[in-house]
Design a protein around this ligand. Structure first.
Ligand code: ZN
Length: 69
């Protein structure tokens, strides 16, 4: 059974860093979100600027939920 059951009692959702993929807590205290750090944010922006950005995972319509602001 593949479900989206969340049994963990985490107050904050975990989101993968778009740059390095590292899971992190979605914290309003993180000014670099959705990235894990300033470094990853700069890396991602730089990748976009050089048009070398690649999305390793295939897109799916499973529905990505935006974490609450
Ligand atoms: Zn990162």
């Amino acid at each position: 059974m593949a479900g989206m059951s969340t049994t963990t009692a985490t107050a904050r959702p975990k989101v993968p860093c778009p740059s390095c993929g590292k899971e992190q807590e979605w914290s309003p205290d993180n000014p670099w979100r959705p990235f894990c750090s300033e470094r990853c944010k700069l890396i991602d922006l730089g990748a976009w600027a050089t048009e070398s950005y690649r999305v390793p995972v295939a897109e799916n319509d499973a529905g990505l939920e935006e974490p609450p602001a």
